[in-house]
Design a protein around this ligand. Sequence first.
Ligand code: FDA
Length: 502
Amino acid sequence: VGAEYAPAVVVGSGYGAAVAALRLGEAGVRTLVLEMGRLWDTPAADGRVHCSMTAPDRRSMWFKTRTEAPLATFLWLDVINKDITPYPGVLDRVRFPNMSVYVGRGVGGGSLVNGGMAVTPSRAYFQEVLPQVDAAAMYATYFPLARRMLGAATVPSAWFESTEWYQYARVSRDQAKAAGLKTVFVPNVYDFDYMQREAAGAVPKSALAQEVIYGNNFGKRSLDKTYLPAALGTGNVTIRTLSRVRAIRRAADGTYLLTVDRLDDTGAVVATDEISCRSLFLGAGSLGTTELLLRARETGALPALSPQVGQGWGGNGNVMLGRANHMWHPTGAHQSTIPVLGIDDWSNAANPVFAEIAPLPAGIETWASLYLAITRNPERGTFTYDAAKDSAVLNWTGAQSDPSIAAAKSLFDRVNAANGTIYRYDLFGDTRAFAADFCYHPLGGCVLGRATDPYGRALGYDRLYVTDGSLVPGSIGVNPFVTITALAERTMARVLAEDNVG
Ligand code: FDA
């Protein structure tokens, strides 16, 4: 029996993959999307598709027996994580020594679990990070296109200033201002009209009901509401779920051959498909794409891949921290899960930091201010292929996170000094104030212009493309999905114009 054939295959269904699928479909190329996670469109017995952060069940995490939330404890109490039944849930925490990486699993990838912050990087920093990319075209064409396609919008300021749901953000803004720091409104893909109707009690709550990292039942324009239905609407795109690509090789005639494991709800491999394609687009994310290419190179399946595959990884300098406010500065029992403000000190040459003002939606007053700081950490990790486990291992030492912590500390020491406040030491399972051993923003591994040409074409092979966060060399200074989407749009425009992919 010959392998099943599709002219184009897209691996994954996150940002880079969704862009590839839509543009291939529009170009008339029959395209098969292979996604290891589920399609999240069917309500469970409780009437909901996703579970909330405060009452997690098996839908929360990717084959775990206990949830592994970023905030591990509250007042050092193990009250956050819950035992669950292993299931192909929507959020994964991939653990490497010294660094855990959070990723979304399912049709829509990270868009299912993320906070929806749709941020365009500063042009100066973008040019510094990706000098081989024409910034003029990015800022005139591809960033605006990405923001429009993703549905980015800014919270209406009058409502922001008056609603109890953003008291936590206003408190953090005042405290930043007291330290002489600037805050900026950050666009988001959450529907703010819907959020205001949530607040008015007119519609079922999502952002206002502690939903985010395990999925939003309403309001969020995740990729399964934007790019992916548009891709399916072309009539040329099919999405196959619970299909994990394990291996890639090349046949004598130049087609790619994929070995794809079909998973059931217990994680068991119930079938293994062989799928062949003429053109292969990798959108499995920084970890997924890097692992597939590293494995292909190291096992000899695609030996001509660049030695740069597996290099240049960073977690966007992510650090999470909390501050303890005075009793007279409550942050509110009611907190929207959708962040809309950031402390923007990126232009501080000595210590650039962009800190998202994050919610701590516990449902009770905590007097805590939470932040996800993005810092300019120059350290880079590398992946090595572990043949015994047939997997990629990230080499990242604990000390490589120190620059991130030092930068965040420098900024938030100022905030604390100006407000007479201190850090929270009870949130990360021990007595740390700063958590830099996990990240939300994995970037790099197949860096643009190093492991690929300047348009994401993998060096060494024809019609093999990288379209996701693995292209970005470890840091972009803001939350990354707008950049990933815009780069993928740029790649697809070029590839469909120049390469014969169908
Ligand atoms: P992405 O990770 O989105 O998609 C990869 C897909 O490929 C996944 O669906 C995965 O299941 C699938 N896959 C992987 N390996 C596979 C294989 N072998 N076979 C088949 N399928 C495979 N960013 C931002 O800009 N603003 C924000 O507010 C946030 N907030 C945030 C919160 C949280 C909790 C997280 C975890 C992340 C964020 N992010 C974020 C980060 C953002 O979500 C992330 O940068 C993008 O999703 C990355 O997009 P990619 O296209 O690179 O891959």
